[in-house]
Design a protein around this ligand. Sequence first.
Ligand code: BMA
Length: 374
Amino acid sequence: MNFRKLTLGLALAATTLAGRAHAQAAPSSDPAATPETKLLLANLHRLVSKGTMFGHQDALAYGISQGQMWKGDANRADVKTVSGSYPAVFGWELGHIELDSARNLDGVPFDRMRGYIKQGYEQGAVITISWHLNNPHDGKTAWDTTRTVPYILPGGADHAKYVSYLDRVATFLGSLKGSKGEAIPVIFRPFHEHTGSWFWWGKKECTPEEFKTLWQFSVNYLRKDKKLHNLIIAYSAADFKDEADYLERYPGDAYVDVMGFDDYCNNVPKFRQEMERKLAALLTISQAHHKLPALTEFGYESLPDPTWWTGTMLPLLEKYPVSYALTWRNGDPKHYFAPFPGQPSAANFKQFTQNGKILLEKQIAPLHLYTKTL
Ligand code: BMA
């Protein structure tokens, strides 16, 4: 009997049966990552067996109450009002920092955002950051799909402009400090939804080689030139056909820590079917690369289905364990993704969060993910 084969077989069987054990975990893709960053990533790999962390974009900055927006209230979050706890993951967005703007593209002041990030970190939650950066080639928005990537790569006419964008991101990321002056680890998720074609870095807008070069240049620049070692890097697709399609633009294991995708529900049966397929593929791919799987964005705009949380999301997350699932912002009374008091899915959301496998801040804070080995 081949003992190694048997052990491997048993390990694989255990992984499949338990459904939650994450195979071997790769260390940080940045060998010089700070101790907190390395520990957080290692702990997140271990935490997958305990449950999926629930995240909400812009949770502390604003929300919805009685058909109106609330903004900037201290210690308030719609998820907390409904469930009793802050989300375990706080998502933030850097779009317009590249313009040196005081506020992001959704009106959140960067100074306040820095405070919210520190608050989340000090409370023991996890931070993730996206960046809908303007088009550096023509100055239009992230959604402007003019061909751009070749111009901003090293040697390109707009390279210096793009580097100035990265400099501003680096200044912000480098300013995120805990109370002892330590760098706050963040899951940085640049160039997301690149398998779609609605951003200038999308699939039809650049070749796989251009995309990989842009990614590698950017990560190297932040790490090596800007000396940022608090980044856990997330590669986050939109729709994808299969493993090969998912990996077509993958920049390599040395540049990625989290593998994920974004998906939104428009039609429940179709969403379920597509999520089944994509989550299964994601788990296979992330295990093969020893990376952390995550549902980097998901949601059902305006939550019209009052049982969506336990009826649709819970079975998916129980069957396909991912590290975290981040829903999008409560941006206005028609563009929201987390319930608030009175919203028809609020009671069901509370039930969803009471299932032992869905983790909110109150479940993860006692684990001290930045300082203690799980
Ligand atoms: C989108 C929408 C936009 C927003 C952008 C960046 O999905 O929420 O309103 O500007 O994300 O946060």
